[in-house]
Design a binder for this molecule. Structure first.
Ligand SMILES: Nc1ncnc2c1ncn2[C@@H]1O[C@H](COP(=O)(O)OP(=O)(O)O)[C@@H](O)[C@H]1O
Ligand SMILES: [Mg+2]
Length: 244
């Protein structure tokens, strides 16, 4: 009799009770104030946002409206000045910086505008570096990296350095890296802004496929109205305030 359920067997299993109905993200009454010299910059105010377990939200707003700040708070990079942040049922609002580091490693994925691949590591090594930090099972990490590279159409690019990859390929490596830890939530901060419109379109389509096939929630920050067609819902942000 072995009914031991590991995290692994539970992920992606919709037959069970409970965990899958937990929102991927709940942000309540978030306020973020940056102190700059003698000035205070209110980057977010009264921000409420809830994402269903597999929901893709497009977050649209002008430059300086608070999009990156919101993603940073949802991903535990920054703590809010006020308000509550719950990710996959975990209330991270009161986490210490050490707890936040563990949370980021285990529970969220990030894809930034500037892809941030490590230039002296190959595509495959850029995926594995996540796991080095997490110091998990090496064999499983290798398998997962190879599987992701294949899914993303990068199997014959695995040994290439970032400088030997196109813009779209680098973005795909970044997506693979964000998925290495099987996150409940992936935050894409302007993932298409360095791509031409055709590649940008392909990228968002790929993001949607990857998220939907895993039942993973995502926020996609964008200036690009065309991208909203690939999201389940669009949320607008202006001067730190959200509107549906
Ligand atoms: N580290 C920081 N220190 C001070 N002010 C910041 C910092 N980061 C962002 N801001 C300010 O907060 C506001 C929101 O910025 P940001 O979240 O980066 O917006 P967006 O991503 O929509 O361009 C802007 O007024 C910006 O200047
Ligand atoms: Mg930004």
């Amino acid at each position: 009799m072995s009914d031991t359920r590991t995290d692994e067997s539970r992920s992606g299993d919709y037959g069970g009770s409970g965990p899958d109905s937990t929102p991927a993200l709940e942000m309540e009454a978030i306020r973020k104030v940056y102190e700059v010299a003698d000035e205070e910059v209110v980057a977010l105010d009264h921000a409420d946002l809830t994402l269903a377990p597999d929901e893709i939200v497009a977050l649209i707003g002008p430059s300086g409206s608070g999009k990156t700040t919101l993603c940073s708070i949802a991903g535990g990079i920054l703590s809010p000045t006020e308000g509550k942040v719950v990710v996959g049922g975990k209330d991270i609002s009161g986490y210490s910086s050490k707890e936040l580091t563990g949370f980021r490693r285990d529970s969220v994925g990030f894809v930034f505008q500037t892809v941030n691949l490590i230039p002296f590591l190959t595509a495959r090594e850029n995926l594995l570096v996540v796991d080095e930090i997490g110091s998990r099972d090496r064999k499983r990490a290798n398998e997962r990296a190879d599987q992701l590279l294949e899914e993303l159409g990068l199997e014959d690019r695995a040994g290439n350095l970032p400088s030997q990859l196109s813009g779209g390929q680098k973005q795909r490596v970044a997506i693979g890296r964000a998925l290495m830890n099987e996150p409940a939530l992936v935050l894409f901060d302007e993932p298409t802004s360095s791509l031409d419109s055709k590649l940008g379109d392909q990228m968002v389509r790929l993001i949607r496929e990857e998220m939907k096939s895993r039942g993973t929630a995502a926020i996609i920050v964008t200036h690009d109205d065309r991208i909203t067609g690939y999201a389940d819902r669009t949320v607008h942000i202006t001067d730190g305030r959200l509107e549906a």
